[in-house]
Design a protein around this ligand. Structure first.
Ligand code: SF4
Length: 388
């Protein structure tokens, strides 16, 4: 079932999908099988012609989880932070077309010059994880920490997969942004500055970093639930904890299980299991290698011919990597579909429409960050760049 993939028909895949939500596993997003095909050759030609007409005035960025036909039209691919940096390094590009999700476009807007417009081809493409923490909830959480007498000793650390408003909250309270590559350095810096960390919004990245890289125990962590009064925690629990994890997660990476890791090992002799740190602690503990999307891409590029890999990250990327490295056996870890549904909203119709409108000189509303949030959000991003 798992490691020689089921033929890609919706009917064949449906039994694997788990139609009902799985709140206990945090895998509450249903997906109806294969992505709808959007690779109409006419659209690809039209998008390519509009992009050519725009020339250096446009720079198209594509996150690794995008569809293949979208990736083929991008100038650069990468994870969210690499893409924001790439956008900032192209000051001549008047239009930054960001094939990703909303928080990524916001980060690009924070890092690019005021005359550069960041366009998200589908402005409704959000991120379920980023949406699990809003600024009002974060302010309420801070009030709870004040009430428990621990706010002055707490430094917020927010994963880059968060809204600009949450980055602003973090900067306002002296904290830092982190990526999945530098979370250990961010937590170490924060714990040198204070006694506790409030980690938003991905509890798994926070827990995995604290336990696996900083040697903490599960008892050092508590989970703050923004949907419960007081986060569902007592003042005593907050005072005893070192890491206060926000109850957020990525529904794509939460789908992987330790059972799938065991199954991969049983079915594929010599397989190495490679997963993203947004997976649960039991999954990353059972894996051989854990790292960011960029780390996964590089690890598989550098792997010797003939090696076998079971990879726990977004399915579009795993399939592309398998095609790019036919000399290695690269399979998807797990029996449930793990597309990022919101990333897949950036399809050829959306990208073609955006490029053609820009080429025709018609304005598209850019993604912009509230000016009141910008200074604090930039401060949190600058602090990340300055991490020791
Ligand atoms: S894969 Fe997860 S964290 Fe990444 S954009 Fe999709 S929902 Fe958000």
């Amino acid at each position: 079932m798992t490691f020689n993939e089921t033929p890609p028909t919706a009917r064949a895949l449906l039994p694997l999908l788990g139609r009902a939500g799985e709140p206990a596993a945090e895998a509450g997003v249903d997906f109806p099988g294969e992505l709808a095909p959007t690779a109409d050759p006419a659209l690809i030609e039209r998008a390519a012609a509009a992009k050519a007409a725009l020339g250096d005035r446009v720079f198209v960025l594509g996150h690794h989880y995008q569809r293949d036909e979208v990736i083929a039209l991008t100038d650069v691919t990468g994870d969210s932070f690499k893409l924001a940096q790439q956008a900032a390094a192209r000051p001549e590009a008047e239009h930054i077309v960001f094939c990703g999700v909303h928080f990524m476009a916001e980060a690009a807007d924070l890092l690019t010059a005021p005359n550069q417009h960041v366009v998200l081809p589908d402005p409704t493409a959000g991120c379920a994880m980023a949406d699990m923490a809003d600024a009002g909830q974060a302010r309420a959480a801070w009030d709870t920490l004040v009430g428990a007498g621990v706010a002055a000793a707490t430094v917020p650390v927010t994963y880059i997969n968060s809204s600009a408003a949450i980055k602003g909250f973090t900067g306002e309270h002296g904290g830092t942004v982190c990526t999945s590559s530098n979370a250990e350095r961010a937590l170490s810096w924060a714990l040198a500055k204070g006694e506790k960390v409030l980690f938003l919004p991905d509890q798994h990245l926070g827990r995995n970093t604290a336990l696996r890289q900083l040697g903490m125990s599960p008892d050092d962590c508590v989970v703050y639930d923004p949907n419960q009064p007081g986060g569902g925690l007592s003042a005593r629990q907050l005072r005893a904890a070192t890491i206060i994890l926000w109850r957020g997660h990525c529904a794509v990476h939460a789908r992987f299980t330790a059972g799938a890791v065991a199954e991969a090992r049983a079915l594929i002799p010599g397989v190495r299991v490679l997963v993203h740190p947004e997976c649960g602690y039991d999954v990353v503990s059972a894996a051989d290698d854990v790292g960011s999307t960029e780390f996964i891409v590089k690890t598989l590029a550098d792997a010797p011919a003939g090696s076998a890999w079971a990879v726990g990250t977004e399915l579009s990327l795993v399939r592309r990597l398998a095609r790019q490295h036919p000399d290695k056996r690269i399979v998807f870890l797990g029996g449930t579909i793990a597309y990022c549904a919101t990333m897949s909203q950036i399809d050829m119709p959306a990208l073609t429409r955006a490029l053609e409108q820009l080429a025709a000189g018609r304005a598209i509303d850019p993604v912009t960050v509230d000016p009141a949030v910008v200074p604090h959000a930039r401060a949190a991003l600058d602090q990340m760049l300055a991490l020791p």
